[in-house]
Design a protein around this ligand. Structure first.
Ligand code: TRP
Length: 335
């Protein structure tokens, strides 16, 4: 059976973009692979969250994972920081990573640009070595496949590079070369409600619909979504914000509903108020079972603790085996 590993950084609640981009694939893979899904809390430290917020966010992601359908009896669900073995493998892999390639990583360059950091003295080493830690997450279970969005492809490429360097340097065929994985043509792009092409909480809180949003909040957010004064020519090309509404509808509504509004748009008869009302109700219908589960799980700390403990125990078994073998290969042996 193939091994699958993936994680999500706990920066808050999970939204529809996380669901369609990652979570939905995780759920599908549970039945066909040996799956490890974790909450990447070490990774979120690169941006120094408040301790209380981090704690809260880690719990929220675990709750959202379970509510969306990850099953602790099928998959191994755990917190990244419950595996000190990952930290050790990260240290060992750091010896194989070049500072030049780390500096050139797209995600780091974007971060520097977005935060307007113009002095490298402000780039912490954790940020620089983020891809090495991610490689450790993946290689600690010697994964075959990593279900992630397109933005993670470079990190996966680097994971393969480190794995290959290890195999080459120590003349072994130990690490597999894991590939980024998604269910190809089923990949749906989830845009924001604010006209942006990607639902992302770091860009704009109001552009996101969270799995844990109540029906009232979803209605409010969707009704505020950006639109324009409507098409004036039949079959007119859609501006980004309008295209986004249709994309969202494609994800949560029935094909008939989508077709109906497509037709209205093409005849210049579309009423965005009606369309948004329909979209909001379909989102509510779609998220309702998850939302109800979230409310239930939130107050069940005993159960969450049990799940986390069980997952950590299972994940550590696999991680301990890898670290033991890697130490052996490198030549770290007890006397
Ligand atoms: N970097 C990933 C993201 O931001 C999160 C992540 C950390 C991850 N470690 C991972 C994803 C290991 C897959 C495998 O989305």
């Amino acid at each position: 059976m193939e091994t699958v590993v993936s994680g999500i950084r706990p920066t808050g609640f999970l939204h529809l973009g996380n669901y369609f981009g990652a979570l939905r694939n995780f759920i599908k893979m549970q039945d066909e692979a040996n799956c490890f899904f974790f909450v990447a809390d070490y990774h979120s430290l690169t941006t120094h969250p408040k301790a209380s917020a981090l704690n809260e966010h880690v719990k929220n992601v675990l709750v959202d994972y379970l509510a969306a359908g990850l099953d602790p009896e099928k998959s191994t669900l755990y917190m990244q920081s419950d595996l000190p073995e990952t930290a050790e493998l990260y240290l060992l892999l750091n010896m194989l990573a070049y500072t030049g390639e780390l500096r050139r990583t797209t995600s780091l360059k974007e971060k520097i640009k977005n935060d307007k950091i113009n002095n490298e003295d402000n780039v912490n080493a954790g940020l620089l070595t983020y891809p090495v830690l991610q490689a450790a997450d993946i290689l600690i279970h010697n994964a075959d496949k990593v279900p992630v969005g397109k933005d993670q492809e470079q990190h996966l490429e680097m994971t393969r590079d480190f794995a290959q360097r290890f195999n080459y340097r120590y003349e072994v065929d130990y690490f597999k070369l894991p590939v980024a994985y998604n269910f190809g043509n089923e990949l749906v792009k989830i845009p924001g409600l604010d006209g942006s092409t990607k639902m992302s909480k770091s860009d704009n809180e109001a552009s996101c619909v969270y799995l844990s949003d109540s029906p009232e909040i979803i209605r409010k957010k969707v009704m505020k979504a950006v639109t324009d004064s409507g098409p004036i020519e039949s079959h007119q090309e859609k501006p980004q914000a309008i295209e986004n509404l249709f994309q969202l509808m494609k994800a949560v509504s029935t094909p008939e509903t989508l077709q109906f509004f497509e037709g209205q748009y093409d005849n210049c008869q579309v009423r965005y108020g009606d369309m948004k009302k329909q979209l909001a109700e379909d989102m509510i219908l779609f998220t309702a079972p998850i939302y109800e589960k979230i409310l239930e799980l939130r107050n069940n700390d005993d159960y969450l603790r049990k799940v986390a403990k069980q997952g950590a125990d299972k994940a550590r078994e696999s991680a301990a085996k890898t670290v033991k073998e890697v130490r052996e290969i490198i030549g770290i042996r007890s006397l």
